[in-house]
Write a protein that binds this ligand. Structure first.
Ligand code: FE2
Length: 315
């Protein structure tokens, strides 16, 4: 497989696992195309054409130094210049895959967050409330990433001639779908039962060894879970803290997330929503693994680095 085939496979897998369904994603792309057609020539020139085919603004091919057959990949959660140098040291790395956004996909991270509106709506939050509160938060994230040094790692990859891509929301979609299916199948009654289920997942089991296993951030083990929502695994980054109150009204009892800020935790507490934090690097690893198994099946060697816990489900 070549870099663009690997990338396209990831986008396709991400759409397959998307909570909006393939149909929902296609509807969104169709709408984007219609809006694009109406733009002036000048506006069209500025438009990110890839966003017409790819619904995930936070996942991109960042550099193709040599369009070759990929046999060995270095995969990390955060790829920084140090990891590019590491790839050089290791040798024979054909492609570097980052999870977290870099370059253009970091600059455009906020655009993928609209996915959260649909997920919240599926869990019963009225779409007008989800859209209203998320709009504020999306703009805040857009301003927040604006100041960053987006191209630093991409520049390093260019200087050292490495192929570089990043896969964020497609993989987070895979993790979210995996967790949703498992939790719905097991249907845990209390938080302790939910924690037990999470702790059996190999990525979380491994994370427990170094003190980063699943943790209860709000609520006690004896609490009943109520309706469990997987609203905070995919969709770019944390949503609005004001959403917890609305989620409680919509009938959500417990939220399973990757990470949570203090402000969000306080709001969840005030709304009596239990919060289970599965773990950040481990949840990111879960999503990456579900995709990388496909590459492994094609005979591609995977070298994990930068917090990525590689677990294969290919046996
Ligand atoms: Fe992450």
């Amino acid at each position: 497989m070549k870099t663009n085939e690997i990338y396209n496979l990831a986008i396709n897998k991400g759409i397959e696992a998307d909570f909006r369904g393939r149909e929902g994603v296609e509807k969104l792309l169709k709408r984007r195309k219609e809006k694009f057609e109406k733009l002036s020539e000048g506006e069209k020139k500025e438009f990110d054409l890839e966003s017409l085919e790819n619904p995930y603004s936070d996942s991109r091919i960042l550099n193709i130094a040599e369009d070759k057959e990929i046999k060995k990949v270095l995969v990390g959660i955060d790829i920084e210049p140090a990891e590019i140098l590491l790839a050089k040291e290791i040798g024979n790395i054909d492609l570097i895959i980052a999870h977290h956004p870099l370059g253009k996909s970091l600059a455009n991270l906020s655009e993928v967050m609209e996915l959260q509106c649909d997920i919240l709506n599926q869990y019963g939050v009225p779409i007008n409330i989800a859209e209203g509160l998320m709009k504020e938060r999306i703009e805040e994230v857009a301003r927040g990433v604006n100041k960053l040094n987006h191209q630093r790692t991409v520049d390093t990859a260019k200087l050292l001639n490495f192929n570089l891509i990043n896969l964020h929301t497609p993989c987070d979609n895979l993790a979210a779908k995996f967790l949703k299916d498992l939790i719905e199948k097991e249907n845990p009654e209390r938080l302790e039962d939910l924690m037990k289920i999470l702790k059996e997942i190999p990525e979380y089991k491994k994370a427990m060894e170094f003190g980063a296993g699943p943790r209860l951030f709000v609520g006690s083990e004896e609490n009943r879970c109520g309706r469990i929502a997987i609203t905070e695994i995919t969709g770019g980054t944390e949503g609005s803290p004001k959403l917890y109150e609305k989620m409680a009204v919509a009938g959500i009892g417990t939220v399973v997330g990757m990470h949570i800020s203090e402000e969000h935790k306080k709001e969840a507490e005030a709304a009596n929503i239990n919060v289970v934090i599965a773990g950040h690097m481990s949840s990111d690893s879960l999503g990456m693994n579900l995709f990388l198994d496909e590459l492994e099946k094609q005979g591609i060697e995977i070298i994990p680095c930068s917090g990525f816990i590689r677990i294969s489900r290919n046996k």
